[in-house]
Design a protein around this ligand. Sequence first.
Ligand code: TGC
Ligand code: FAD
Length: 387
Amino acid sequence: MGSPDPLDFYAVGALLSDDERLVRDTVARFVDREVTPIIAECFAAERFPVELVPRLAELGLFGATIRGYGCAGLGYTAYGLICEELERGDSSVRSCVSVQSSLVMGAIHQFGSEEQRSHWLPELARGAKLGCFALTESHGGSDPARMRTRARRHGGDWTLDGAKHWITNGALADVAVVWAMTDDGVNAFLVERGASGFESRVIKNKMSLRASSTAELAFTDVRVPESARLPEANGLKAALQCLDEARFGIAWGACGAARDCIDTALRYTESRELFGRPLNQTQLIQTRLADAVRKLAGAQLVAWRLAQLKERGAAMNAQVSLAKWSNVRAALDIARDCRDMLGAAGITLDHSPMRHMLNLETVITYEGTQSIHELIVGRALTGQSAF
Ligand code: TGC
Ligand code: FAD
């Protein structure tokens, strides 16, 4: 009979196509060889490993679900697997791919003109350019509808004034997708690095996602042409549609972080001897491991099913929200318990669970906090908006 794989208890891997397995194994090899060996040091040094960007591009991981424009044209399950394997390495690497793919390339692909698509997408796909997605403002990220960044029309041009906060890759990006209020509601603008009046400042001393670069952006009378406005991004709905894509990737990514934590705890408790026997022969450790695997297995099945719905264009916003919040919550709880099973050793960067745990504190906050997703699900259950 044998035993199920602890890291894939219900054999989700067996549901994958040969192509999907190839994607998963290729990204897994990349993570084992190029991310895992350097990531603790990057986390300690608060350094985003920019040297990985060309490799991520070579592997076709930027804009992977987009067809044409030099992108891989993969399905949603493959995109999910990419996110899962990358986040097994570190949430910061998955974050970079989520922002570039779902938020920047996704926005340009879905809401841009053909000229904007042909200009930007191939460059972003081959990693020659990096992008960022600037929606959040310091006075209230959960409520972007009340944004204060303003775009005013002057003949054929626009001027942007305002500030954005907590922007992944904000100080590294060649182009920012900036969401701003106009007289006709929310619009999105492509603002290039170096534009006069556009400044960025890296946010230091983060205790989470330290291997990711996060910045504040300031816009003072930044002049951009009408051709920099995404013509189809009319209203906050467009930004929220981009977020749905990224939230989907996070639901998968969380499974990767959780897998790495459980894998570490399984190996550690096997070799650690206490009270004359290996730790993994104690009842308490076994029930804790079983509980971690229960949470992971549920998260994996939700992620897999959500991908099936997305492939058919049938995934609803509330389903994405439940998956994002529930899977990240599961991964965070798993990471904390695995950290504890390693005792004091678990608080060091020699082992991954605490790094994942700290990262997941950001992951449960960005792209909509747990409370926001609970309220989105609550609205779907009752038909009443509590916002
Ligand atoms: P609301 O009235 O609910 O909606 C406005 C319009 O948008 C539509 N809509 C959606 N469309 C697509 N997908 C969704 N998930 C949608 N949710 C709503 C809605 O139907 C409506 O359309 P219409 O036609 O009627 O105009 O808007 P609201 O102002 O009440 O806000 C709703 C709320 C709170 C759910 C929304 O503001 C929200 O999701 N807040 C959380 C903000 C957030 O997630 N920010 C993320 C910033 S980006 C980021 O964190 C990147 S991290 C990247 C990384 O490093 O990985
Ligand atoms: P707030 O909105 O101030 O929320 C504070 C608390 O209030 C939370 O617990 C929240 O759940 C709770 N709350 C809010 N509303 C309600 C309510 N109605 N009822 C009950 N409780 C409520 N943003 C971008 O635009 N682009 C990025 O690339 C990006 N990258 C990020 C990277 C990092 C490392 C981090 C930490 C954040 C990033 N963000 C980004 C911002 C992120 O999306 C916001 O932090 C998030 O949306 C929450 O906003 P806030 O931090 O202002 O918290």
